[in-house]
Design a protein around this ligand. Sequence first.
Ligand code: ASN
Length: 480
Amino acid sequence: MKKIWIILTTLAVSFIAMASVTTVSAAKPNYIITTDATYPPFDFQDSNNQYTGIDQEILKTIAKREGFTYTLKPMSFNAATQSVTSGQADGIIAGMSITDERKEVFDFGTPYYKSGIAWAVKKGSNIKSLSDLKGKTVALKTGTAGADYALSIQKQYGFKVTYFNDSDTLYNDVVNDNAQATFGDLPVLQYSIKNGTKLKVMNANSPYESGWYGFAVKKGQNKQLLASFNKGYASIKKDGTYDKIIKKYLGAPASDFTGKKSDNNSVLGILKANNGAFMRGLWQTLLLTILGIILASIWGVILGVMGVSQNSALRGLSTTLIYIFRGLPLMVLAFFIYIGLPGVIGTKIPAFTAGLITLILNEGAYTGAFVRGGFEAVDKGQMEAARSLGFTYNRSMRKVIMPQGLKIMVPSFINQFIITLKDTSILSAIGILELTQTGTLIVSRNSQGFRVWAIVAVIYLVVITLLTWLSNWVEKRTRA
Ligand code: ASN
C-alpha cells in the first residue's frame, strides 16, 4: 500500500512539473487575446489547425507591425467576453459588435468591419415573415448581440428560444428542423450559406441594428494594447493590407482555407488530416486526468480521514467541504474559478490550472465521501481490539483501520478515476483545448459531425479501457 502511495506521489510531482511547463509558457509577458473558437470568416481554424480568418490576420499583422506578441485563447464567444471582463484575458477579437451596452464594460478599438443582424430560416421553409415565427423555436448564440436583438422582439412575435455556444451547432439546429429560425450576424450567416449551409437569410438588404465590429479590452485597462491596435489598424488600412485581407477571405470559398471537403470525408482521412490536433487534445485530456486523479485522490483521502477524526471541528469541516464541492455542478465550479475568482483576487489563473483545481475540488469531494464511508465500514471491533492492545487512536487508524478501509474503497476509486476522465470534457467550456474541444473545432471546419464524434468517442473508450486495466492491476497488487 505504502509503495503505491509513493508511486502516486512521485507521479503527481512529475506531472505537475510537466504541467507547469505548459503554464509557464502561457504566462509569458505577452498579451492574452481571446477569440470565438468558430466564427468563419472572422475566426476559425485552417486545415493545419492554425487560427485564421479576417480577425486573426488583422491581429497578426498589427502585432507584427507594432511589436507585441500574444497568446490566443479560442473559446465560446460568451466565455471569451467574460474572460476579458474578469481580467483573465487582455483583449478580445471575435467579430464582436460594438454596442452601447458593451461600451459600459469594454473599450473598443477603431471599428473595423460593418455588420448587422439578420435572421435566417432553413432553405425551402414556409416561414415568410417574423409573424410566422409565432410558437416556433428560434436558435440563438449565448451572449451575442444577435441573441439580444431576438429577445427584444420575442414578446411581439411570440417565439420560443433555445441557446447554443457556437454558430455551427446553431445553424445545424435549424437545418435539422429542431429550431425554425436563427438570428445572427449577416456576414457570418452569408459566408456559411455560401459555403453550403442550407439556410436562407430573410433580411439581407435591411439588417437590424447595423453597426461595426471592434477589438476590445476591459474598460480602463490595457490602454497600451488598444493604442497599438489602433495604430497598427490605421497603417494596414492605409497601405491596402486590410483590403487584401478582406478580399482574401471573402473572395474565396472556405475550403481554400479549411481543406477540400472531399479530402476529409473518410474516417481515415479525418484522422490523417487532424492527427496532430487529436494528439494534442488527447495529451491535454490525459494530463488533466492523471493529475486530477492523483491530486483529487490525495485530497479525498485527507477529507475522508478528517471525516472520521475524533475532533468534531475537523469532522464538521470535512462534511462542509464535501457538501459544497459535491453539490456544485462541475461547470459552475469551473466558471467560478476561471471567470469569477480572478476578478476578486486580481491575478490571472491559467485555464489549465483553473481546470485542475476544479477537478481536485469536485472529484476530491466525491472521493472524500467514499473514503469516509470506507473507514466507517471497517468493523468497530477492529478499533476496539487495536486500542485494547495499547495502540493510540492514530496508530490504530494507520495500522489497522486504514489498510482495511482502503481495500474496501478500491472499486470506488476506480469508478472515480473513470468519472474524472469523462469530466475533463466539461472543462472545454473554459477554453482548455482538450479532446472534446478539439472535436468541436474539427467539426466546425469539416461538418463531419458523425465521424469526428465517433473518433473522439473511440479515443475516450480506449483511454478508459487502459485506465481500467491499470486500476485493476493496482487493485490486484493491493490485495497481495
Ligand atoms: N457578433 C457576435 C456579437 O457581437 C459575436 C460572435 O458571435 N462572435 O455578439
